[in-house]
Design a protein around this ligand. Structure first.
Ligand SMILES: Nc1ncnc2c1ncn2[C@@H]1O[C@H](COP(=O)(O)OP(=O)(O)OP(=O)(O)O)[C@@H](O)[C@H]1O
Ligand SMILES: [Mg+2]
Length: 309
């Protein structure tokens, strides 16, 4: 990711109210060319509202958002010439065939059916001759994805695009997004499939109740949490449990010991264990799912922050 470039998307303190309800209180993040940005958060957090504001469908009540340096609401017509968007629940005209709808989507977006379109139809194994009303949810999503991936845009926005795809098509989706990234395109991907986000996204923004609570790379976010270590040493390591940053030291039936350690105390702990002659050691960093659960299990009723319980 080259951050020297100007961001494709720049959001600064975006706010959106529905009546008195503040759906977006404070949303700020940037997406750069050649970057896949993962946008995650629980149901109702404000992901689709943010995206609908970016598309110029909703008008913000405060803050600013620009795409290609242009205002998302005032300049939406010009922005949309270089933008592709796929929603999670795709509406299709029931009496048109998949192929006709793909071409219609392309035309509406100012593009045309190309070799790329045929390649994508093949990749996602869609039968484009069938009427849309006969399509399953996954097939409806494929229609929108094929149109988006065969559009030559500079910025691609996907709002939970894979919820109806089987694992094979999910893989084709990931492959197609990585191809966009390689071409230097910018991608905003909202998803509940955290393994997908973990695998594909360069940076991640977590939204909660209309506010961005964390932005960064997965590695940066992992620093906020603990790593689980399983090890065996020749000499006993009795001081481990009282070392700063070490938690939950447990000796298992097989003689291996496990504990968790705060990232900022890792070095001292590793030095200590090395002095006890390590036979085996395995470290498991927290997954995005662990991080996500940590955020959302911490609501008003439970004390303590996200960082270290
Ligand atoms: N048109 C609307 N009028 C009133 N409230 C709305 C409207 N659109 C969204 N909301 C509310 O704004 C909040 C954010 O909704 P949004 O659809 O952005 O959530 P989301 O993060 O996309 O959730 P999900 O993961 O379920 O897709 C929700 O509380 C929702 O009920
Ligand atoms: Mg949504």
């Amino acid at each position: 990711m080259t951050k020297t470039n100007e961001p494709v998307l720049h959001i600064d303190h975006l706010q959106k109210k529905f009546g008195k309800f503040e759906a977006l209180k404070n949303v700020s993040f940037d997406v750069y060319p050649g970057e896949v940005f993962g946008f995650i958060g629980p149901n109702g957090a404000g992901k689709s509202t943010t995206i609908r504001t970016l598309l110029g469908i909703l008008r913000a009540n405060g803050g600013t958002a620009t795409i290609f340096g242009q205002d998302v609401f005032k300049d939406s017509v010009s922005i949309h010439k270089r933008l592709a968007y796929v929603p999670g629940d795709v509406y299709l005209w029931p009496n048109l065939t998949g192929g006709e709808i793909i071409d219609l989507f392309l035309k509406l977006g100012g593009s045309m059916h190309s070799q790329k379109t045929d390649d994508m139809i093949k990749r996602f194994q869609l039968d484009p001759t069938k009427k849309a009303r006969t399509y399953s949810k996954g097939n409806r999503q494929k229609v929108a994805l094929i149109a988006a991936f065969s559009t030559d845009a500079d910025f691609y926005i996907f709002d939970e695009p894979t919820s109806g795809l089987d694992p094979l098509n999910e893989e084709y989706f990931q492959k197609s997004v990585l191809e966009l990234k390689k071409q230097g395109k910018a991608v905003l991907l909202s998803s509940h499939i955290l393994s997908e986000v973990e695998k594909m996204c360069d940076r991640i923004g977590i939204i909660r109740k209309g506010e961005i609570v964390e932005t960064g790379t997965l590695a940066e976010m992992r620093h906020l949490t603990r790593t689980v270590i399983e090890f065996k040493t020749i000499d006993p390591a009795p001081e481990l449990g009282s070392m700063p940053g070490v938690h939950n030291v447990v000796t298992q039936a097989n003689g291996l010991q496990t504990f968790s350690v705060d990232s900022d105390h890792m070095t001292e702990v590793m030095d200590y264990l090395a002095g006890k002659q390590i036979v085996s050691l395995q470290s498991t960093p927290p997954t995005l799912e662990d991080l996500f659960m940590r955020y959302y299990n911490t609501d008003e009723n439970t004390k303590g922050g996200v960082k270290n319980e």
